[in-house]
Unconditional design. Structure first.
Length: 312
């Protein structure tokens, strides 16, 4: 019997299977957008027919970091900004796992911004959900990388003098092969986007607008929203990088002018993932490393043996 025998089996699953017995009720603030992420992820996992044992959720520090406590699957609660390197290691060790990494805007775009850039550049096969509420929520309302210019907070009492980062544009420029934005107030779109992101072979980045009614009342509820893929006002070709770049720029400007644009912006299905490229050059075995080491009869490979052989 393999430790990973559940992977790849076609099964039907109910969204309630992803509610853990230990912490069945999330304890985010009433009205928090994080509930929308959890609901969408449960719905996506059920629609994809994934067993809890087939999923690993890696999170950072912050309100978003509790996602893997409230979602029944394998989970790894990393330190601040480090969900992506842990997720990358897990995917390399067991390519069959469905990897979902998550973090807040401060965790993902600030403290872990370097990991975000290089994970997108290398196109690792995983889904990265960033809970974007334009504030540091867990630490009680400090300015974050996505806080709008002029926003007043405990750390910027006279208003932020800095322009916010552009997460969609940053993901595209870094090399992400799937880029989308959704919002907690649009649960059906959020579920569908997560389904697409998980099915995509490569790095999928979802900028997920999550309202924070406790510490960021300026952001309201991110309503009304416009789905660019359904609106007649926007011409969208998700395979055209140039068009996607222009529309992302417009979207990021519009958010702080009161217009919330969401949807799929860019999808590149032709680019191989990091894992696929590694297998092509023989640096990643077809059989998962994690499964090899689960076998008591397997003889462990030692990296230092490779270096010693070169000097004999």
């Amino acid at each position: 019997m393999s430790a990973f025998s559940a992977i790849g089996e076609e099964q039907e699953h109910d969204r309630n299977e992803y509610t853990p017995g230990l912490e069945p009720q999330a304890t985010w603030c009433p009205g928090c957008g994080d509930f929308g992420v959890l609901k969408a992820l449960k719905g996506a996992a059920a629609e994809l027919g994934l067993a809890p044992e087939e999923i690993l959720v890696c999170t950072g520090i912050g309100c978003s970091g509790k996602l893997n406590s409230y979602f029944e699957s394998y989970g790894f609660h990393t330190i601040h900004g480090r969900s992506l390197p842990v997720a990358r290691a897990a995917k390399l060790a067991n390519d069959g796992l469905t990897i979902v990494a998550a973090g807040g805007d401060g965790d993902g775009y600030g403290i872990g911004g370097n990991h975000f850039m290089h994970t997108a550049r290398e196109n690792h096969d995983m889904t990265y959900i960033v809970f974007n509420n334009e504030i540091f929520g867990l630490t009680k309302g400090q300015t974050s990388p996505t806080s709008p210019k002029g926003h007043k907070s405990k750390t910027q009492p006279h208003g932020s003098a800095k322009d916010p980062i552009r997460p969609l544009s940053m993901a595209l420029n870094a090399g992400a092969s799937y880029v989308a934005r959704t919002a907690a107030v649009n649960p059906n779109q959020a579920r569908d986007i997560i389904v697409e992101a998980i099915e995509h072979d490569g790095f999928s980045h979802i900028d997920f607008l999550t309202q924070c009614p406790t510490w960021n009342k300026d952001a309201k509820q991110y309503v009304p929203y416009i789905d660019i893929n359904d609106s007649d006002d926007y011409e969208v070709d998700v395979t055209d990088r140039s068009t996607a770049s222009q529309l992302m720029f417009e979207t990021e400007n519009a958010l702080h002018e009161g217009t919330v644009l969401t949807g799929r912006y860019y999808v590149d299905n032709k680019r191989p993932s990091y894992q696929q490229e590694k297998k092509q050059i023989g640096e990643l075995p077809e059989e998962p490393l994690a499964e090899k080491y689960f076998d008591d009869d397997y003889e462990w490979d030692r990296v230092y043996d490779t270096f010693l052989d070169k000097h004999k």
